[in-house]
Ligand binder design. Structure first.
Ligand SMILES: Nc1ncnc2c1ncn2[C@@H]1O[C@H](COP(=O)(O)OP(=O)(O)OP(=O)(O)O)[C@@H](O)[C@H]1O
Length: 257
């Protein structure tokens, strides 16, 4: 049994008198402990697809199973509890500017029945895990982009999730900081056995981090497999294009005599 199993997913958006199909015919299985990458250009449907996993986006058709439980059949209360086990991080961090690092991390626990001591101890443990112990009382504006993403990661882990969804989490960061965040995600995968879904338009992120990859175009998965196989033997022209682009830019300059 796979941890995540998406079957025949379709997502339509209705806008006045037209229908936009953002995702269609998607079948995807993610095993526990995997790092699964989803690659595609802007508008390919990556974010819409992963938002169906915690039903932030309800699919028009299809089945979403987490741990063999059909998410689309859950009551609102059951769904809220299941969602707590799926953390998310984003490109622009989405921190609350008026709150300190520690308050941001503990924010998802605001309605929890945990004692202050339990929350303090959780915050301490998470601050240590993401390397921000000294910044507990700082505000987001005092932090670098990489530090902000570390706060967001700690916040995403506060309910001990089984799954972390990273939606372009390194796209606003410079290469060195990207490397550090990818190392942290890899560390979390290994030490917490966290299953991670990585959405990106950068194939080098997939190459560095993921075990499996799916390539999306026009709302569909056009190719998927192990990172090794897909990189060694890409079947689709778009996959080849992403691999070529990940090896850096090559500009043909005119020759002047
Ligand atoms: N709420 C919405 N209403 C209408 N159309 C939407 C909505 N959300 C997404 N879309 C459309 O669905 C398609 C897929 O968008 P989506 O954001 O999932 O792509 P993406 O691959 O994640 O790209 P990006 O990285 O730019 O977010 C796009 O054509 C987008 O305009």
């Amino acid at each position: 049994m796979s941890l995540i199993e998406l079957s025949n997913i379709k997502v339509d958006f209705k806008q006045s008198n037209q229908v936009i199909t953002a995702v269609q015919n998607v079948n995807l299985k993610v095993e526990r402990g995997q790092i699964f990458g989803i690659v595609g250009y802007s508008g390919a449907g990556k974010s819409t697809l992963v938002r169906t996993i915690n039903l932030l986006q309800r699919p028009t058709h299809g089945s979403v199973k987490i741990n063999d439980i059909e998410m689309t059949s859950l009551s609102p209360v059951e769904l809220r509890l299941k969602r707590q086990k799926i953390g998310m991080i984003f490109q622009h961090f989405n921190l609350l500017e008026e709150m300190t690092v520690k308050q941001n991390i503990l924010h998802p626990l605001k309605r929890s029945k945990q004692t202050t001591n339990q929350k303090e101890s959780k915050a301490k443990q998470l601050l240590e895990l993401v390397g921000l112990t000294d910044q507990a009382n700082a505000y987001p504006y005092q932090l670098s982009g990489g530090q902000k993403q570390r706060v967001a990661i700690a916040r995403a882990l506060v309910n001990d999730p089984d799954i972390l969804i990273s939606d372009e989490s390194t796209s606003a960061l410079d290469p060195k900081t990207t490397q550090q965040i990818l190392e942290l995600l890899n560390h979390l995968n290994l030490t917490l056995h966290l299953t991670i879904l990585v959405i990106t338009h950068e194939m080098q992120v997939i190459e560095a981090l993921a075990d499996q990859v799916a390539i999306m175009e026009h709302g569909q998965i056009i190719e998927q497999g192990s990172v090794q196989n897909v990189f060694n033997q890409p079947k689709q022209a778009l996959t080849q294009e992403f691999i070529t682009l990940s090896q850096g830019f090559s500009i043909q300059k005119p020759q002047y005599n």
